[in-house]
Every structure is written in C-alpha cells, then in structure tokens.
Design a protein. Structure first.
Length: 113
C-alpha cells in the first residue's frame, strides 16, 4: 500500500513536469510566431516608406551593423506612423540619414610612433 502511494505520487509528479514542459514549449512557439508576425509587419511598412534601392541598402547594412540598421528602421517607422513622411525615402536620402547617424559617433585613432 505504501509503495502504491509512492508510485502514484511519482507518476503524478512526472505528469505535472511533462505538462509544465509542454506549456513552456507552447509558450516559446507562440512567442516565435508573434515575433515573426511583428517582423513581417515591420518589413511591410518599410516597403511602403522606402524605395527598393534604399531597402536593399538597409538590408545590406543589417548584415554588417544590425544595431544601426535597427535604429534607422525604428526611426523611419516612427516617422511614418506619425505622418511626418510625405513620400518614399530614396537611396540618396537614406545615405544622408546614415551619414548623419554615423557621424555622431566618435572616431578613435591610434597613432603609433
């Protein structure tokens, strides 16, 4: 009898652990789907506010400096959502935005003598 109770308790604990693991897997899948949907919405909005050449430049920048590309995307999306963008941004305009953004950073030079 005592062994049966212990066995039942072990089975119950194992079942609870499996249920917790299943819930975690489901949460992570839902989170992944939500992130993918958010990224798709971001890309759709960027397609509306950037000309194809500018989108390509931003995609290449994302490969090299993802944090800069993310910052530029965020700024452009905010401007578009607030209604401050009247027309699509060209590649030259994007270059200027990037030039201004990167010129704010300090350049460190090491001179060897």
């Amino acid at each position: 009898m005592e062994e049966d109770k212990e066995l039942e308790e072990i089975k119950r604990r194992k079942l609870m652990e499996l249920m917790r693991q299943q819930a975690l897997v489901q949460q992570s899948e839902e989170e992944k789907i939500r992130k993918e949907e958010e990224e798709a919405a971001r890309q759709a909005l960027l397609r509306q506010i950037l000309e194809p050449e500018a989108r390509e430049r931003l995609a290449r920048l994302k490969l090299v400096r993802p944090e800069v590309a993310q910052a530029v995307e965020n700024q452009l999306i905010i401007l578009a959502q607030s209604g401050r963008l009247i027309r699509k941004i060209s590649d030259d305009e994007l270059k200027e935005i990037l030039r201004r953004l990167t010129s704010q950073r300090r350049e460190i030079r090491i001179v060897r003598r």
